[in-house]
Design a protein around this ligand. Sequence first.
Ligand code: NOJ
Length: 545
Amino acid sequence: MSAEWWREAVVYQVYVRSFADADGDGEGDLAGIRSRLPYLADLGVDALWLTPFYPSPLADGGYDVADYRDVDPRYGTLADFDELVTATHAAGLRLVVDIVPNHCSDQHPWFQAALAAGPGSAERARFVFRPGRGRGGEEPPNDWLGAFGGRAWTRVTEADGSPGEWYLHLFTPEQPDFDWSHPAVVAEFLDILRFWLDRGVDGFRIDVAHGLVKDPSLPDAAALQRFLTVDPAAPPMPMWDQDGVHEIYRGWRQVLDSYPGDRMTVGEVWLGNLHRLAMYTRPDELHQAFNFRWLFAPWTAQAVREVVDLSMREVAALGAPTTWVLSNHDVWRPVTRYADPGRPGSGLRRARASLLLMLALPGSAYLYQGEELGLPEVTDLPEEVLQDPIWERSGRTARGRDGCRVPIPWSGTAPPFGFGPPGSVPWLPQPTGWAELSVQAQAADPASTLSMVRAAVRLRRQLLGGLGEQLRWVDAGDPRLVVLARDRVDGTPALTCAVNFGSSPAALPALGDAVLSSGPVDDPRVLPPETAVWFTQPPPASRVP
Ligand code: NOJ
């Protein structure tokens, strides 16, 4: 595979706990992933990104890491990991792992030592411990809120039983934030990067990459605070996107660059200001940053065009390729997000059309497991199975993200649908109606979402090699249409993707050979509603005069 493979890669996100369960304990595992590598290679993706598989009490689905250099026994062993790396590479794929540097688990030995050591200790200096405000320190050091509800500070009880200092956690109380101004924290993570690079990983997805450095004065900010926002008008906040964070990634880049091969980083950076986002991908920092803007765009031609234009202008401006994300383990699945209750089937049609558009764009496309199957969000999980901390921390008012984390249906007619061995019980119940969405059912159906994604990913790989990183809009004279074209490096047209965002058919100009569509198309000059088509144009030399 070419150098800088990540520039136009299709990266498949594996939510480890829900992908494939080899040992039958109801949770996915590394051996399960290994057994499904032929499926992923056949799908044609370039790389896998694994969500955290490290030892964890799972207060936040594994984003609360108790040991950064091991595998949780529920997922396997380090030996299993090494085998997975070898098998992934043998299948022609790259392997990217998640790294969680903003916070650890409260069970991490450093935090346990900090609790035991007491105020003013060297152990506490690696986290953000502060005395409380008010009489007797009863009030938290500032008014910051936690991302999942409640405040961002928890008070500890000191060894003598007295109420003590408070520690900062931007997420749950079980996820204490590190103090990145401490050199030991910096050194520890450089070492953790080396640990996994030595084991052969091709890159890292960096959790909460914009959160590591806080304004040292820790000013009140609750009135400003917004989470998971891409609103360009969101004000600067003292816990996100502080200038000092860039220095950390310059250090990380040096480590990555010191390894052979073509290792990469992609930062999870929730920022509305795409210019600030692009700064994370300056040549001596990260290779990529997630661009989440599309996740919030409504289903209109204008909104999607704006997302693409802005992303190309701001994110790609510094020479890094932009990234595209329609789905991940933190948001509602697109099939449900896009559904118009007045138009049956619209969610799936729109999700499929969006996928074809995404896969036609320059840059990297991140696919979330199950997106290629058109899985919907599971909105009716019984309350007693909900595990996302959002459920409890919202006072049971927000159900959280479990609905997009339901285990994958692979085969068969009843749960566990091949996710685990017969008789095993998946950690989240699968809807009984998922038989028709299984990999087995869809692989046999040329009109399925799986068949469409597979064809698109493969065609993309064939075509993109020879294309520039630019796109061109084609004015088709109808505001409901988005028509984008990709040209070869010599300037001749190669691929055109047309999407009809309207609710009735739209006339198209002649655009080339219709090679792939997201739904039934009888006449390539008439694009049905909520449908995308790819057209190719052969190179001039091969055209018949
Ligand atoms: C972002 C992860 O994607 C999400 O799942 C997690 O809850 C937070 N970061 C905190 O680590």
